[in-house]
Design a protein around this ligand. Structure first.
Ligand SMILES: Nc1nc2c(ncn2[C@@H]2O[C@H](COP(=O)(O)OP(=O)(O)OP(=O)(O)O)[C@@H](O)[C@H]2O)c(=O)[nH]1
Length: 399
């Protein structure tokens, strides 16, 4: 995890993830409270208010029309107005209680409601008295119209409030859809970032792995990888009782190339020779650059005879091929040392030591040639690289 966070891609992914979670929490809590408001249904409240508002004009009409009627009927109208107004008032109070969180000043409204309720109760008592005393009818009508006016004013105020809430609700819906879109964009970008980070880390891992196994200049395997492959090949040879040949290849007088043409040209020679060797060797063999101008070819299931044939082929091809883009006086040549072990009886170091001695022999015998040196035949225990093979392939030794 710590390694992941130290990667540039990993750091980016964590920043995005943190940002995503913080924004999700903020947007989530906003969405929750907004949803409460946005989903509120106050159509009942509006219809209660509209019905209540009709009571006053109805009373006015009734009183105007009923002025010719007996006083008892006029009082009945007013009583009917009182009971309907109280009923509407109770309905509206109930609706407001249910939508308490929508209205900012419920206490203020409640105060007006109880005042209106008290005034309606007083009007009722006044109406009772007017039943017996017709001279009280006029003041009763005035009081009823006054209360009706106050009632209309209050309900108008309430309607204005509800209208403001509906505008707010629309605004909330707009913000909600923006919030959801932002959340979606964030989720998608977080997912894309995470995917990119994973791909980037995967590639980095592959590159690191490749760098650990290969030589930077030539792209061939390096010594570390060769050692690993060789020990696996030795184990396999032990199991199969098979032959394993190792070839060391060294460019001749490479120092002269560097000194004459410069180090960059020397590098180019190494690159082109590596490319040729890779092209000429079998895919089942492992080719590595193990030193400055020294290469190694590990050949499983190959006896000395075959290995020397391969060596000779490589040597001749390198000598015959003119390198492209480099104007050398003569094509580079290589000297080769070959060794073979049967049944995986040697360690890599021992095998390498035999091949190195053979290479030394090839250099000593005039270069541009292949020599082999074999360990004593098994099961004789290994006592050191002392048995030179009689096999010589290539140019005959200078006398
Ligand atoms: N251009 C280049 N030169 C290198 C590199 N690694 C080693 N060298 C040079 O290779 C040369 C090897 O020189 P020597 O060990 O004397 O070998 P040589 O000149 O090939 O002589 P013999 O092997 O005896 O034929 C040295 O000059 C090194 O500096 C490299 O990566 N690039």
């Amino acid at each position: 995890m710590r390694r992941f966070l130290h990667q540039p891609g990993g750091r980016l992914a964590s920043i995005f993830a943190a940002l995503f979670f913080v924004l999700s929490a903020v947007i989530g809590s906003y969405v929750y409270s907004a949803c409460q408001k946005a989903s509120a249904d106050y159509t009942t409240l509006i219809s209660d208010i509209v019905l209540a508002q009709q009571a006053t004009p109805q009373l006015r009409d009734a009183l105007e029309e009923g002025s010719r009627l007996p006083s008892s009927e006029q009082v009945e109208y007013i009583d009917y107005f009182i009971s309907r107004s109280k009923q509407h008032l109770n309905n509206i109070k109930g609706s407001i209680e249910r939508h308490r969180y929508l209205l900012s000043d419920v206490e203020y409204l409640n105060h007006h409601f109880s005042e209106l309720n008290n005034r309606l109760s007083d009007l009722h008592q006044q109406a009772q008295k007017a039943q017996q005393r017709p001279e009280l009818i006029d003041p009763l009508q005035r009081a009823a119209m006054e209360i009706g006016g106050a009632q209309s004013w209050l309900y108008n105020q309430l309607l204005d409030d509800v209208r403001a809430i509906s505008i707010q609700q629309r605004l909330i819906m707009q913000r909600l859809s923006i919030a959801v879109s932002v959340l979606l964009v964030l989720m998608v970008s977080a997912a894309i970032t995470l995917c990119l980070a994973v791909i980037y880390l995967h590639r980095q891992r592959n590159v690191m792995h490749q760098l650990m196994l290969t030589d930077e200049l030539t792209g061939l395997y390096n010594r570390r990888h060769l050692v690993n492959i060789a020990s696996a090949a030795l184990t396999q040879a032990q199991r199969d009782h098979g032959s394993l040949s190792l070839m060391l290849l060294d460019l001749d007088h490479f120092k002269n190339i560097n000194d004459t043409y410069g180090h960059p040209t020397g590098d180019e020679v190494l690159r082109q020779v590596s490319k040729q060797l890779r092209k000429l060797s079998r895919p089942s063999d492992t080719l590595a650059r193990i030193g400055g101008e020294e290469f190694c070819l590990l050949m499983p299931n190959t006896n000395t005879h075959d290995a020397l044939q391969v060596a000779d082929r490589l040597r001749r091809e390198i000598e015959a091929n003119t390198l492209s883009g480099i104007d050398l006086l003569a094509n580079p040549t290589i000297s080769i040392g070959v060794t073979t072990c049967h049944g995986g009886s040697l360690t890599f170091e021992q095998l390498y030591s035999f091949a190195d001695k053979a290479l030394y022999q090839a250099k000593a015998l005039g270069r541009n040639r292949a020599e082999s040196l074999l360990p004593p035949a098994e099961p004789t225990p290994y006592k050191g690289p002392h048995t030179y093979a009689h096999t010589f392939i290539g140019e005959p030794m200078d006398s």
